[in-house]
Design a protein around this ligand. Structure first.
Ligand SMILES: *Cc1c(COP(=O)(O)O)cnc(C)c1O
Length: 290
């Protein structure tokens, strides 16, 4: 495909809060991977799209909400790869920047009721879709399949990250986190911060996707729930951007870093730890509150 990801790089964060604990905090900037497809969405899509091409499929179908970073990335990647895309969007028809981008890149949009959307992974639902679009390749919501995980094993290994003790990552479906965990070295520990309320259900799910136990999940930093716009979170984004010149997205990475700072305050990390937090991208969604 004609997407040439930028080489990944790392931004070091200087904060007085790190000093008493002698911590090193660095951010892995996969948000800078590409001007349009930012971050983990590209890693989750790359093998899916390659596979669909191998199978000579003529349509990529996937699912998401009206601000979905995943549909946004899929629309662009599909256009680049020359495969038409169909986005099935949860809820009533709306117009926004995210969906306008999708349309601009040729994605066909289909809005379905929330009730119907809940059934999207059932055999009945996919059979119906494939009946309508017989040569389509269906990618689950968020790119959450084995090929998605496989792509995400390349996130941390794209540059030398062997010196870090902790790798920190935001969690939606857990696909990115599973890929990250599967690529860790034995001395490393991954911490996932869930972006939705009651994220505990992800623990058995991730257990089923990874082979090791050097990971844990923090579920207390959902700040009002998935996709909710909270002043506390948007202020954090603006303050951090002013101070460090990098922007987090409000759905995932802002909550992750806010939660991470809280864990640092709580003395969670052994003195002298080196922490690498992954900026998974997604800042296009900030247009919804800016
Ligand atoms: C989609 C997304 C995530 C969540 O990824 P999953 O693989 O679904 O867990 C994290 N961060 C950002 C910025 C995202 O857009």
């Amino acid at each position: 495909m004609d997407i040439n990801p930028q080489p990944t790089y790392i931004t070091s964060i200087q904060e007085s809060i790190l000093e008493p604990y002698n911590l090193q905090l660095d951010i892995l900037r996969i948000d800078l991977l590409h001007p349009t497809i930012s971050g983990n969405k590209w890693y989750k899509l790359k093998y899916n799209i390659a596979h669909a091409k191998d199978l000579k499929k003529n349509l990529l179908i996937s699912f998401g909400g009206a601000y979905s970073n995943h549909l946004h990335a899929l629309a662009f990647a599909g256009e680049q790869a020359n495969i038409p895309t169909l986005g099935i969007v949860r809820g009533e028809q709306v117009d926004n920047d995210t969906l306008n981008d999708c349309k601009k890149w040729g994605m066909q949009l289909k809005f379905i009721s929330r009730l119907n959307y809940k059934k999207k992974d059932t055999k009945e639902f996919t059979d119906k879709l494939l009946n309508e679009y017989p040569n389509a390749f269906i990618i689950p919501e968020g790119g959450s399949n084995e090929l998605g995980i496989k792509g995400c094993t390349e996130i941390v290994s794209a540059c030398d990250t062997s010196m870090y003790d902790f790798i920190v990552c935001a969690i939606g479906t857990g696909t990115t986190f599973a890929g990250v965990v599967n690529s860790l070295r034995i001395h490393q520990h991954a911490i996932g911060f869930t972006a939705m309320k009651n994220g505990e259900y992800l623990i058995p799910h991730i257990k089923s996707l990874v082979a090791t136990q050097n990971w844990s999940i923090e579920t207390q930093y959902a700040f009002g729930g998935f996709g909710k716009i909270q002043k506390e979170v948007t202020s954090w984004i603006q303050a951090f951007e002013q101070k460090h010149g990098l922007e987090f997205d409000f759905v995932y990475t802002a909550k992750m870093t806010k939660g991470l700072m809280h864990k640092i305050h709580e003395n969670y990390f052994p003195k002298g730890s080196k922490i690498l937090a992954i900026h998974t991208g997604g800042t296009q969604g900030n247009r919804s509150w800016k």
